[in-house]
Design a protein around this ligand. Structure first.
Ligand code: ATP
Ligand code: MG
Length: 473
């Protein structure tokens, strides 16, 4: 997720960098094209100049009149273009800009070398004579069997200077653009990405239940407002959760107190009923009433016991490990099974311990046995089959205790709710069987007390497999 966000965050600097690079390349390319087209124009102009010069020079050279040639060159002295006539040995015989005495042998000049092979040629190079960049065009001619080279050139200094300057400017623009991109990236990194990650980390911590985490609020910048809003929200949430916890504690305590108060008179009623049970009576009405009182007060007693059990478990969640000791899983399983034996036998159900791990864990054996008991009792009461398979084993660093029956099972949406307090699938049937709907809620709390959980694998008609999982530390 962070990677995706980074992609979005750094998209703009990457885009700008791309534009800067592309623009630089385009400008440089354009500049090269411009230079090339200028040279081409100059070349065409020189071509025309050469033709004109040839028209005049050819008859002069035919006469071998070097004086006249020199005079003609002198006439061109103030022209932009320079005319040079060279013999086949590379000796300059006339030049419009300088006296021939100043000029060395030109045989090694590239444009002369090319023309000596019989081909007209154009070159751009720095001229030591003219002290500037020049475009040269030279053509070989044959007069009276004697070979000459006629060379026409113009200065390319201005354009070269302009091109160099433009190139410098383009590189400057590129450097400024690159600097801007680096600054922007740094800004995003320091002022957006780092605070964003810090804010995200603190909110994730709060979301995972660590309510005391301080929300990171940057001093200023674009995230300030958002971070402040999250901070206020988290503080309000904290207060609300604290209030809810307080209310929940109050509720549990109240229920526990009421249950305790009911327990004392109920015990008296139960012992009175027991006493009456021993008294012989022929009165059928009395017998019936006594039976109802006995059944219902026993049921009430179980309910009170379950409520007190749940309240006790909830209190214990806060002070985990308080009554914990080393316990062996196989004896907890065996004790629970033997406790349910008579109930199962009465329903003609066979309880089979298929697998029983000898691992020892740190826990509360009284509660763990109660949890297994509740699962087996349910299987006996609701499954309506002839066998129940109990297993305990270690898997993925967890102890698993499974109670599996092959009975009616339940629907997905029912399975999702059976661990709620007082939830019963078939209320009438459950009541008839003496159920209060607290058994699985107790199992869930016991698993939680051991940092574990309880799951059910079931579908209608395919039985139910309740599995308690407790992590091994
Ligand atoms: N093995 C099972 N097969 C089918 N239904 C089941 C099974 N175990 C539980 N149930 C259903 O889940 C409901 C809730 O079970 P739970 O143990 O919490 O309550 P109870 O058995 O009704 O009452 P209590 O256990 O408090 O006496 C039951 O009423 C029953 O409808
Ligand atoms: Mg039950």
């Amino acid at each position: 997720m962070i990677k995706k966000r980074d992609n979005i965050l750094f998209f703009i600097p990457i885009l700008i960098a791309g534009i800067v690079i592309l623009t630089t390349i385009l400008l440089l390319f354009q500049l090269k094209q411009f230079g090339a087209s200028y040279i081409k124009d100059a070349e065409e102009e020189l071509n025309v100049d050469t033709k004109q010069a040839l028209w005049i020079i050819t008859p002069i050279l035919k006469e071998n009149n070097f004086k006249k040639l020199d005079e003609y060159c002198q006439e061109l002295k103030n022209e932009k273009m320079r005319l040079t006539i060279i013999n086949k040995e590379g000796q300059v015989i006339a030049d419009s800009k300088t006296g021939i005495s100043n000029l060395d042998n030109h045989a090694n000049r590239p444009e002369i070398k090319a023309a000596q092979t019989g081909q007209p040629s154009t070159t751009i190079r720095y001229s030591n004579t003219m002290h500037s960049e020049m475009v040269y065009h030279s053509e070989p001619i044959l007069i009276n069997g004697e070979g000459y080279i006629i060379r026409v050139s113009v200065s390319a200094d201005n354009i070269e200077k302009m091109l160099k300057k433009a190139e410098k400017n383009i590189i400057l623009i590129f450097l400024i653009g690159t600097g801007g991109v680096i600054l922007l990236t740094l800004y995003i990194f320091i002022r957006v990405r780092i605070p964003f990650n810090k804010l995200q980390k603190s909110t994730i911590k709060i979301a995972s239940g660590n309510l005391d985490t301080e929300i990171y609020v940057p001093k200023d910048g674009i995230l300030w407002e958002l971070a402040r809003a999250v901070d206020i929200m988290s503080k309000q949430l904290k207060r609300q959760i604290k209030n809810m916890k307080k209310m929940e504690n109050f509720r549990s305590e109240f229920i526990a107190n009421v249950s305790h108060e009911i327990k004392t008179p109920l015990t008296s009623i139960l012992s009175a009923v027991e006493m009456l049970d021993g008294v012989e009576t022929e009165n059928i009405k009395q017998k019936k009433c006594l039976k109802i009182i006995s059944e219902q007060s026993n049921r009430l007693n179980r309910l009170i016991q379950d409520i007190l059990s749940l309240a006790d478990l909830e209190k214990k969640q806060i002070f985990k490990n308080r009554d914990f000791a080393e316990l062996s899983i196989n004896s907890a399983v065996e004790n629970s099974v033997s406790l349910c034996k008579s109930l199962a036998e009465a329903a003609s159900i066979n309880i089979i311990i298929e697998e029983n791990t000898s691992i020892k864990i740190f826990g509360n054996s009284y509660f763990l046995e109660q949890a297994i008991n509740n699962l087996i009792t349910n299987a006996v009461k609701y499954s309506q089959t002839d066998k129940i398979i109990v297993k305990s084993y270690v898997e993925n660093n967890e102890v698993k205790i499974s109670v599996k029956d092959f009975g009616i099972g339940m629907k997905k949406e029912e399975a999702a709710r059976v661990f709620e307090r007082f939830y019963r699938i078939d209320k009438a049937r459950s009541r008839e069987l003496g159920g209060t709907g607290l058994g699985l809620a107790i199992v869930k709390n016991i698993a939680k007390l051991h940092n574990g959980r309880v799951d059910v694998i079931t579908s209608p008609g395919n039985g139910a497999d309740f599995i308690i999982s407790i992590p091994i530390i």
